[in-house]
Design a protein around this ligand. Structure first.
Ligand code: MN
Length: 380
């Protein structure tokens, strides 16, 4: 039995994690949960899973059928992340945005393994998080279809045998639109993803291809591969989830139906492959797998991500902060779609050189950029 401490229970990844737990009640037990804005949904999940520790976003009066320990806000998230029970424990970090960083650090410091869906953790601070995890003997298990595929491909292989990583991209909602056509696309257009059903922020990040840029940065830190040896490729069917090329030019890939519950299940059950009652991959039905180059001219955010990771230091944090602020402005109707990349480029072109960067430097840098951009563009 594995005890899970779930951060972000009510979001997209959190809900799918709970589906996995429902189907594997003899293997996983939810012992701590952090809840989102939806109080009604939160209460029904708490009654269903009866965790010992519950974190609400803010103070609230609730009546429950039992008495869990209740904590609140950002401080409460840290308690969930560092929670300990008698069985083997695993933190599942399904938080969205920069709020996910500190809980990951806290989990590692507490010696808890982390199944990580929160991208910002590695994008903002991978160069601090990964060495800290190694030092603490803590494992970081990726929850993302691409990184899960790479992780499975390299299992049992030697690091020095890896030549390159090839990350696939579905292309997002605007994959067939030219740059001219992107000028006046709406929020609804952007949220209409062809293959995956995900949260709003990540669906916009897929449309701009920033999501793929983040995945390059995450892969760099997770698997310790130089950015120039990480390629991205357009693969419309979302069946090949990513590939690894070895020195002898052989290539391994993981194929599966597009369903996030599979990478979640693998992160929870590693090193086992447990039974899963999902939709099996029927290759005859897929019929055709296609691969096309991904233009960094067409998808400028992808280019900016490579720029940021090659510069290193605070630049990936700057990239993420500018993107997060810009996407929120786009979602609230304050800016146009192509303004997102304009805002990002203007920010990463500034000088953010700094030595001996700490987690607090990163959090302050993120906050300063997000507040400034939100203020500057939100009042136009
Ligand atoms: Mn992904």
């Amino acid at each position: 039995m594995k005890d899970l401490y779930l951060l972000g229970s009510t979001g997209s990844i959190g809900s799918q994690t709970l589906d996995i737990v429902r189907a594997n009640k003899d293997k996983f037990n939810i012992k701590a949960m952090s809840m989102g804005r939806d109080l009604k949904k939160s209460l029904s999940l708490i009654e269903e899973f009866k965790p010992e520790l519950v974190c609400f976003r803010e103070r609230c009066d609730v009546s429950l059928s039992y008495s869990p320990k209740i904590v609140y806000g950002d401080e409460g998230l840290l308690e969930v992340a560092s929670y300990k029970t008698k069985n083997q424990g695993l933190v599942v970090n399904a938080l969205v945005g920069h709020a996910g960083l500190k809980p990951t650090i806290e989990a590692i410091k507490a010696g808890n393994d982390v199944a990580l869906a929160n991208k910002e953790t590695l994008v903002m601070a991978g160069f601090i998080v990964m060495p800290l995890a190694r030092k603490m003997g803590v494992h970081i298990f990726p929850i993302d279809s691409e990184h899960s595929a790479i992780w499975q491909c390299i299992r049992g292989e030697k690091h020095e045998d890896i030549k390159s990583l090839i990350i696939t991209a579905s292309g997002g909602s605007f994959r067939d639109k030219s740059r001219e056509e992107l000028l006046n696309v709406t929020l609804e257009d952007a949220l209409n993803h062809p293959n995956w059903s995900m949260g709003k922020k990540i669906t916009i990040d897929s449309a701009t291809m920033m999501n793929k840029g983040f995945e390059v940065i995450e892969a760099h830190y997770l698997f310790d591969i130089a950015p120039e040896n990480i390629k991205t490729i357009l693969h419309r069917q979302s069946v090949v989830h990513s590939l690894v090329e070895f020195n002898d030019l052989s290539v391994k890939a993981v194929l599966a139906s597009p369903d996030m519950r599979m990478p979640i299940l693998y992160a929870l059950s590693y090193p086992d492959h447990l039974n899963y009652a999902g939709k099996p991959l029927v290759l005859e039905d897929v019929f055709k797998l296609t691969f096309e180059p991904l233009s960094h001219e067409r998808y400028k955010c992808l280019e900016y991500a490579y720029m940021a990771i090659k510069k290193g230091g605070l630049y990936p944090c700057v990239l993420n902060a500018a993107n997060e602020a810009a996407v929120m402005l786009f979602i609230s109707g304050k800016i146009k779609f192509l303004d997102i990349e304009r805002i990002i480029y203007s920010e990463i072109s500034k000088n953010y050189d700094k030595d001996n960067i700490t987690i607090d430097d990163i959090i302050n840098c993120d906050k300063e950029i997000q507040e400034r951009i939100t203020k500057e563009w939100g009042n136009r």
